[in-house]
Design a protein around this ligand. Sequence first.
Ligand code: ADP
Length: 216
Amino acid sequence: MKHTYAVIGLGVFGSTIALELSRLGNEVIGIDLNPGLVSEIADRITQAVIADARDEKVLRDLGVHDCDGVVVAIGEDIEANILATLIVKAMPKPKVWAKALNPNHHRILEKLGTDHIVHPEHEMGLRLARGMVYPEVMDYISLGHDQFTVEVRASERLAGQNMDALHLPENDLQCLLVKHLNEVMVPPPPRYEFKLNDKILLLGTLGNLRKITKYL
Ligand code: ADP
């Protein structure tokens, strides 16, 4: 379904979000004080505007209050980030995502009722470090409470083996899905033999997932 989003701050982070939201078929209003950044993105999103997001009237005139979601992607200027978040949080309709720069900023955004607080550098840093330590892990989602789903690729070591061969405690680690070439098996048949380069989606605790990585 098509939604309407506003992205405030069109630096590297904000413009990446705006372009991807647009590519995924949504209406996107991009707002920034910097005319150069606005003109750079203007013909690739629905509307790009040079404006100060600290001004509530300007945001209302642009229809930000009618958007489904607003991303406050202002970086360095914490005061502007907080003010913009305060203004859009007072609008009942949009869900608000805001970039936090440090733990105190996070606390303020939380107090304002920000729906999603993101720490892009921190989150990317975690992802990068984990990818360095576990190169076989292609992607993962943290589900909270130490539970993760991870996507791994079957190496030569794993090819020809099945889940039983990995001696995993029942239920502690589950194989949710295997994709072999174009065929997706949800779940894979019992005792399915992994083939080289199969994509495997596993669910388990970090401890159990760590144990399996030495077999991958
Ligand atoms: P990034 O790391 O994503 O590049 P920046 O801090 O460089 O982050 O970018 C934030 C953007 O937010 C800048 O382009 C800046 O012009 C914009 N910005 C800062 N203050 C305001 C404001 N009051 N209203 C609109 N845009 C703003």
